[in-house]
Design a protein around this ligand. Sequence first.
Ligand SMILES: [Zn+2]
Length: 381
Amino acid sequence: MYTVPKLKSYTATALDKASDSLLAALEKESSAVRNEEDWKAFRDRWMARKNGVLTQINDLWLKQAPKDAKRDVGQRVNQLKATVTATVEKPRSGAVATAKRAGDSVTARASVAAPSLDSLDITLPGIRRPLGAEHPVIKTAHEIVSVFRNLGYSVQEGPVIETDYYNFEALNFPPNHPARDTQDTLFIARQESKPQRERLLLRTHTSPVQIRTMEKMKPPIRIVIPGKVHRNDPPDASHSPMFHQIEGLAVDTNITFCDLKGTLDHAMKELFGSSVKTSFRPSFFPFTEPSAEMLVSCFICGGSGKRGSEPCRPCKQTGWIEILGCGMVDPNVYGFVGYDPKKVSGFAFGMGADRIAILKYGVDDIQLFFNGDVRFLEQFG
Ligand SMILES: [Zn+2]
């Protein structure tokens, strides 16, 4: 163990020699530090005010030095102090030096504190864990779901990886329907040897859950299906290869198009305010007949198509916004699930949660929802 010698001579050579052996001892003891306890002992031995090595060189070297050598010795002692302090405080791997740097940033403390649980200093401030908040798309999806829950609908979910059968065939897509094209649908690779109906794909809509539910349950059915879907769309301001849909299905006896209109009109007033008007125009989907697109009067410009003197962009100045697709369930679909189309009827509808969140919050790029930039997401917290 190194002890501070008394100096017999104060020549430059003698001071060099004394400094060198002190620094060699410092290096050796520093490299022997293995854990926090070692480090504390090391720190105290060199830096303790009472009898630490630094105090000793001050007492034994500087104070004892003859007047004409004091300036030189003083400079050397200062240099040695700086070196010793830097060596004691240098960042060390593992548990060492936790106590010294306790006041530093959260990340530094988190990374050094973990391995030293056996010597945890419970007086250290805790690690701050920021509170999270609902993602705007999930929040919007929950709001839509709750409107239908209040109407007595229950929530159903299903797999994101689906078979061709549930995603297309049982929903009345004919064998060569273009939606199956790889331009539109993301298929799981290397399944060419399987029959088409068994091939796996990322579901392109939440509609397969309608089939899965009707296979399990008899009417009356009233369900909403929130979930993630995928399409082979390159990402841009209004497209994402992954997005969120919410579908609904009601099947019972004597369900008519009036029920569809009344239900959706009520839902839109709940979502966008009681002054919102709805309008339907004919459309086509393989699994509904007749099919319609529903529009709501623009809740941003109040249907005028203008915001002050500026044109209203979300409704493209028409005063109407396309919000969902819907229709009466095609009788062919009942054939796939063992329902009798002469006895039951029903309607289905589907909308994009991301699109509605975009309209609601005035966001101009769907990518912002999925980039994971906390600065953007915090605005909705
Ligand atoms: Zn508008």
